[in-house]
Design a protein around this ligand. Sequence first.
Ligand code: PEP
Ligand code: MN
Length: 344
Amino acid sequence: MIIVVAPDSTREQIDHICQRIQELGLKPHLSQGEQRSIIGVIGDETRLQTQPLAAIPGVEQVIPILKPFKLASRQMKKTDTVVEVSGAPGSPPVKIGGGHLALIAGPCAIESEDILAEIAKAIRAAGANILRGGAFKPRTSPYSFQGMGEPGLKLLKDIGHAHGMAVVTEVMDPRQVDVIVRHTDMLQIGARNMQNFDLLKEVGQTRKPVLLKRGLSASVKDLLMSAEYILSEGNSQVVLCERGVRSFEESTRNMLDLASVPNVKGQCHLPIIVDPSHATGRPDLIPAMARASVAAGADGVHIEVHSCPEKALSDGPQALLPSQFAQLTEELEKLAAVMGRSFR
Ligand code: PEP
Ligand code: MN
């Protein structure tokens, strides 16, 4: 439920409305705009059905929300949310959403200082604004490389910032949140953890932007409900990521659901980017799907790049070479300009 507050209402009236909501066992979420304030009511709305909320002074309108996600909904916020990722000291924050596109790139896993520095230099020259790299890796096999852990996080931050980029890395467990928050600018929730609700609550308690990837078999509604978990803890800085879903098709790693981009945008104000690397698993398909993502209205792309894919410790077969990435970003910049958007 959304309560639209009358434009001439006083601070006392707004406080009183919030207090009544709390008395009814629900959580008010006040969003104050320049012209208007609205209050999202979080919790079991059935408790409110008999309560004459419209009679409280200062309430202009009570709008029931049929969607199970409230804070993430367009009804709650009509304008696109612009997430700001503050990174390298001295560099402006990277904006994502509202016409600003993210160009997130880097290796699947952080492997060594030399390799990461080589990749960072190349992707920055090609226009990337956020460096990605996993230090804690969700591998299908327990025998595969599991990531460098905390020393990898330090490398990521130092190298990303030295090249003027913000950094993002995956957090897999609530116990990792503290250390990862200290070393990174944005927290990635991977596909396998999209419904790890304790983890979502934990990152919701931080004030770091979150990159929330769609689960392997998650519906768009599931994705938005997971975003709702983070928003309801008070962290409004969420970027969604379409990375393909499991399907019967065997020639690609996953099935890229590009329709999810306009689908999400119609019902949710949060930015959504696309990861064509994990969606296709194939370097020959990544450029076309990245271009299609920008054309579909995505707020950016997330692409794995490695200077020597054949030696990569994780996801080498799907990595683009820096030269392929540079060619792609040139095309994406032109496409973005046609669509009145920009990677800056
Ligand atoms: C990754 O970004 O390296 C990753 C593991 O992605 P996903 O969670 O989408 O599989
Ligand atoms: Mn990967």
